[in-house]
Design a protein around this ligand. Structure first.
Ligand SMILES: [Zn+2]
Length: 695
């Protein structure tokens, strides 16, 4: 998902990783919500289980076996699982809202008018075809003649303001990691078309070949002879490969030691004389602050080397290509089709996604609060919000109790941890205040223009925060935390958690349903986010969201010891032949999964104790409370994916593979081993001394 810089965001799912460098944590990288209609019931059901499998040998197959037999990855998708099936239902709801909005006549600037007219314009292929390249011609012309630091600065800003990104540099804003009360100007690397590892990984040769083919076809379409087009494509790939190699790895993107580089404007300019930073700020009508955070020093230097060493003509070819690549999905034919064909082949899909679904997704991403307003009014009730908020309180209380009795924390670190936990601000569903999009002109016959005006609005909003006291905007990270994202996220700068309205439905939560299932799915998600404030990255921030070491050396050593064990555990899991999970890259998420299910399981027992006052609870469907809890957790992570997708995620995603997430944390829980009677020699067995307990 594309990312708007707020702060370090932790997500629940892989959707986040797809969006670009991490800013805050989410439980899953938000899956692009694109799956086709789901097969059968989403969420907990004993009918999903395969009881012919021994849970002690393959717990995931025991919990999900029958479901896995029925699930088919849709032709136009890379995967199918709980997130994407919910995403498909959500898309259908959003599409219905968009269709209805497009049929009425609402006041200009209202959410209904904006959503309706954006949707109509996106679907109007006749208008898009007729416009041809005209809507981006000025950018193409700029790219074709850009030469010298002032030109490159202007172009970079122009592209960011029209396409939402640039291949050169991007200006954005974020709360200062060491003083979250103020907002800094951030100098970010531009966007390349492949992930960094895809430029060099031998396993990604097919993707590089497809990419070169795509660039070639686009240039032929622009009028080049086949050999000229192919030569340009090779040059472009070589240039991007040169840029990608030294960039931050996905793990370093999260590491303050790599990204917190506060430089004066002169120091930043000295890194990249080829782009005039003052001209770039002037083009954005931005007064440059004294200091700039340069997130990727090596990447910035690599861009300088490339711009200084390549002939202007090569740079212009690359920039012109980038303009087209950034806009292709919004244009008419043939550009749209060339882009879709390339993406389909790259992702190993049998079909492209329908235009209606692409339109809904673009709409939800760009008009994120107007769309969310319509969604929440129709689909999110106050009763659900109250029920989830109450569960959140129970999970938080449980965490506090466990911190108080934690055996490896020393007194000073324990006290500081309790303060930090007490200040975590959790909001459920939607923000108290919506962002006002009404000034953006959305027309029913100008898709590219709508997209450009929204990109400019977003850039202006981001840059408008610089140098001012930080405003804690909630549910505003497009694609990650908006009310229509299937996600929950912890934000380090605000020490806050946003639980979206869209995630509060099956498979995560069913209002009024069996508390065992609700706790061990939604409750575990809440616990996951809460413990993110205390994982290997989150623990570096204090209660105010500032980067500050509040741990004693002894507590740090104890924590690291447990982290090292988790890294070793997860590095053992094989995803594909020759491809193992990266235990170091996924450490924070694995810690959060372990913490999440641990807290949820403990809070569940306390809730049942309150309700049943110690009376023994009969089995349901032949499953005890703990058995149901762990089966529900494993079913939350139902997942089937194409190899291309598994490989791509393994390289870039801080979240582990969903199948692994379905059983790996359970192997560290005594209650799991007790519930299923595992014994030494069983595949699911882990001896007590090797079980990792953190929270
Ligand atoms: Zn997470």
């Amino acid at each position: 998902m594309k990312r708007i810089a707020t702060s370090t965001l932790f997500c629940l799912s892989s959707v986040c990783a797809l969006a670009g460098p991490p800013m805050a944590d989410v439980i899953h990288r938000p899956v692009k919500a694109t799956a086709q209609a789901p097969t059968g019931v989403i969420g907990f059901s004993v009918s999903h289980m395969d009881r012919s499998v021994d849970p002690r040998q393959d717990f995931y197959a025991y919990a999900n076996g029958n479901w896995l037999k029925r699930l088919v990855i849709p032709d136009a998708e890379s995967e199918i699982g709980g997130f994407s099936m919910l995403g498909a239902n959500l898309d259908a709801q959003l599409q219905q809202l968009a269709v209805q909005a497009s049929q009425g006549r609402a006041a200009k600037g209202s959410p209904t008018q904006q959503v309706g007219d954006y949707y109509r314009a996106a679907l109007d292929m006749r208008q898009r075809d007729a416009a041809g390249l005209q809507p981006i011609q000025a950018d193409l012309d700029w790219a074709a003649r850009a030469s010298g630091p002032a030109d490159l600065a202007q172009l970079s800003l122009r592209l960011h303001a029209s396409a939402g990104s640039s291949p050169l540099l991007r200006l954005t804003s974020m709360p200062d990691m060491k003083d979250s009360s103020r907002t800094l100007l951030i100098l970010q690397m531009g966007t390349l078309q492949l992930t960094n590892d895809q430029y060099s990984d031998p396993a990604a040769q097919k993707i590089r070949d497809l990419y070169v083919g795509y660039i070639t076809r686009v240039h032929q379409q622009l009028g080049d002879a086949p050999d000229v087009a192919a030569a340009k494509a090779r040059t472009i790939l070589a240039m991007e490969t040169e840029l990608a190699a030294p960039r931050l790895t996905p793990a370093h993107e999260w590491d303050a030691a790599f990204i917190y580089n506060l430089l004066t404007v002169d120091e930043a300019q000295a890194l990249i004389p080829a782009i005039d930073l003052r001209a770039m700020a002037a083009a954005a009508r931005l007064t440059l602050p004294d200091r700039v955070q340069v997130r990727d020093l090596a990447g910035t230097k690599a861009l300088q080397r490339l711009l200084a060493s390549r002939p202007a003509q090569d740079v212009q070819t690359w920039l012109r290509w980038s303009v087209l690549a950034l806009h292709a999905d919004n244009l008419g034919q043939p550009w749209f089709q060339l882009s879709q064909d390339y993406q389909r082949q790259r992702d190993g899909l049998a079909a492209s996604r329908p235009l209606e679904r692409l339109a809904v997704q673009a709409l939800t991403n760009q008009l994120y609060h107007p769309m969310s307003q319509l969604y929440v009014q129709r689909h999110f009730t106050d009763a659900t919000r109250r029920e989830v908020t109450q569960m959140v309180g129970h999970i938080k209380d449980e965490f506090a109790r466990r911190l108080k009795s934690n055996p490896w924390l020393d007194a000073p670190t324990r006290a500081a941890a309790l303060v930090k936990l007490s200040k975590v601000d959790i909001q459920v569903g939607y923000p108290k205040r919506w962002i006002d999009f009404s000034s953006v002109d959305i027309r029913a016959d100008d898709h590219v223009g709508n997209s450009q005006r929204l990109a400019a609005f977003q850039l202006q909003r981001d840059l408008g925060k610089i140098g001012k006291p930080t405003v804690n905007e909630r549910f505003s990270d497009a694609g990650h935390t908006t009310p229509t994202s299937v996600n929950a996220a912890y934000d380090t700068a605000f020490n806050g958690i946003d639980i979206s309205a869209a995630i509060v439905q099956p498979p995560f939560f069913t209002p009024g349903a069996d508390p065992v299932v609700n706790y061990c799915t939604m409750g575990a998600v809440v616990g996951h986010e809460l413990t993110h404030g205390f994982d290997s990255m989150g623990r570096q921030y204090d209660a105010q969201g500032n980067l500050r070491d509040w741990w004693t050396p002894q507590a740090t050593a104890e924590f690291k010891k447990r982290n090292d064990l988790l890294v070793a555990q997860y590095s053992q899991f094989q995803l594909l032949p020759g491809l193992n999970q990266d235990g170091a890259l996924t450490l924070g998420e694995n810690t959060a999964d372990l913490g999440g299910i641990t807290l949820a399981h403990a809070a569940l027992h306390r809730a049942l104790q309150r309700k049943f006052k110690g009376k023994p609870q009969p089995k349901v469907d032949g499953l005890s409370i703990d058995q149901r809890c762990f089966v529900a957790w494993a079913q939350l992570w139902i997942f089937k994916a194409r190899d291309e997708y598994i490989r791509m995620l393994a390289a870039v995603d801080v979240h582990g593979n969903s199948v692994v997430r379905g059983y790996a944390p359970l192997m560290n829980l005594d209650a799991f081993h007790k519930a299923f009677g595992t014994r030494p020699g069983d595949a699911m067995w882990r001896k007590p001394a090797d079980r990792v307990r953190i929270w």
